[in-house]
Design a protein around this ligand. Structure first.
Ligand code: SF4
Ligand code: SF4
Length: 453
């Protein structure tokens, strides 16, 4: 990289920072009192105790120095006093890239443990977006972003392959239920529910689509899947690219509106739920009037209303539950998945710590796309592996496709011998006579970072 190019990148990055700074981010940038609470919260620190560069406060200071130099009067007048600094060297830009993409999964565990309300993950994401805007990013981030911009979903699933898969799963469902009316409707107008999914389901795990279809059918739901705008995942949440975030979320909202759907249901995916339901309207600059909910809540409602019957005694394995950071810590989805899980299993073993204090699966809503950080990611997963092992459970359930892959990867690495599944898989099998059977969890696909290349 030439000095001229690097200097231009730094200039554009600073200009972009000026646009992205808001009260929440500035508040986080100025509030740190260096108490160290966040250090004890981060799984990277806990698994690399001798390396101070993993501490959230250290990582935050790399970004804070730039903020102070350019946007804070103390840094402009007395840069030497407050440690303010511009980005000057190629090495510093590379270090920044490794920090924001490779040394933090944006899990927000440090954020909720900060007495000053510093939300490091928020400005870490901001810096990811700024680096992406000047072309500095891991190759996997560039590849996935390109697929989502150009093909419309982050796994590059072609429109014809999506439709073929839905039709195939529809046929499977019909034959399994032996019911010709059991179909997966596509682009049905005025449905009560439009069901959006993760492209991973199409590409690697299509049974989750037919499992959801069976539940909707048995509950007598008026539902549909959209032919476009079906990818509720959003790589913009991971990459920090707000424009991508707005474009992707906008496609989902526009299609649901075109179909006059009454509700958008989001399949089990932490970053999909957070980006589509919570962050997407802001990125897209849209007032979204259609209500949105996680399929966990939809499934739980069916059981509570008696539209789906479950028989937990048919399930004899031992289960634990992994909270997805995005679902739980960022969106408050703690109790619903546990309530649903306890309706379908007899042996549930809580993992500690849990809910908002749970540790990240280390998949981080997109971290598996960056193969250069895989060894570090798996090393930092030890704390999660220990958590899982201590439960003694045979199966870990999670409500997130990304966590399924993150957990599968670390279970293999640490030889835990556990299965991984989601609630939709556990609730899908029909009891041919008296209601509902809880199926043996199916997890046929173990992804690794290479699958994203
Ligand atoms: S917990 Fe908050 S105030 Fe304390 S060092 Fe971390 S970011 Fe700073
Ligand atoms: S967001 Fe998570 S991974 Fe990142 S510094 Fe905080 S605790 Fe560590």
């Amino acid at each position: 990289m030439t000095n001229k190019k690097r200097s231009h990148q730094a200039e554009v990055l600073i200009e972009g920072m000026a646009e992205k700074l808001n009260r929440q981010i500035v508040g986080s940038l100025v509030a740190c009192v260096h108490c160290g609470n966040c250090t004890r919260s981060c799984h990277y620190v806990l698994t690399n105790p001798d390396d101070p560069t993993f501490a959230p406060a250290y990582k935050a200071d790399r970004i804070r120095k730039i903020f102070k130099r350019h946007f804070d009067w103390t840094g402009r007048v007395f840069p030497w006093w407050v440690g303010a600094k511009s980005i000057f060297t190629v090495e510093e830009l590379e270090e920044l890239k490794d920090i924001v993409f490779g040394k933090c999964t944006n899990c927000r565990r440090c954020s909720i443990n900060c007495p000053m309300g510093v939300d490091y993950a928020t400005f870490n994401r901001m810096m990811r977006g700024l680096l992406v805007s000047v072309g500095i990013m891991p190759e996997g981030v560039a590849v996935v972003s390109k697929d989502q911009w150009e093909i419309g979903n982050q796994m590059g699933v072609l429109p014809e392959d999506y439709i073929d898969t839905i039709e195939w799963m529809s046929e499977e469902m019909q034959s399994e239920l032996d019911d010709p009316t059991a179909v997966i409707p596509i682009d049905k107008m005025d449905a009560d529910i439009v069901y959006t999914i993760n492209p991973r389901e199409v590409k690697y795990d299509p049974r989750t689509i037919s499992d959801a279809g069976k539940i909707f059918h048995l509950a007598g739901e008026n539902w549909t899947m959209p032919s476009e705008g079906w990818d509720m995942t959003n790589f913009g949440l991971f990459s920090g690219d707000d424009a991508l975030g707005g474009a992707v979320a906008g496609r989902v909202y526009e299609k649901a509106k075109e179909l006059r759907a009454k509700k958008i249901v989001i399949s089990e995916c932490g970053h999909g739920y957070r980006s589509t339901r919570c962050e997407g309207p802001n990125w897209a600059g849209m007032d979204v009037e259609i209500p949105m909910e996680s399929s966990v809540i939809t499934m739980l409602r069916y059981v509570r209303e008696g539209r789906i019957k479950v028989d937990k005694t048919r399930n004899t394995k031992s289960y634990t539950f992994h909270d997805s950071c995005n679902n739980a810590r960022s969106c408050g989805l703690f109790e619903e998945p546990r309530e649903l899980l306890n309706l379908v299993v007899t042996d549930f073993r809580e993992m500690y710590p849990n809910r908002s204090e749970n540790y990240c699966c280390t998949g981080g809503g997109g971290a598996m796309s960056m193969s250069e950080y895989t060894p570090l990611r798996l090393k930092s997963a030890k704390i999660k592996a220990d958590q899982l092992r201590e439960t003694g459970a045979e199966v870990v359930v999670t409500s997130c496709h990304n966590c399924v892959d993150g957990l599968t990867d670390l279970i293999k690495h640490y030889k835990l011998g556990m299965e991984v599944t989601q609630l939709v898989n556990m609730e899908s099998e029909v009891n041919k006579g008296s209601g509902f059977n809880v199926s043996i969890p199916r997890r046929s696909i173990a992804l690794s970072s290479n699958d994203f290349k």
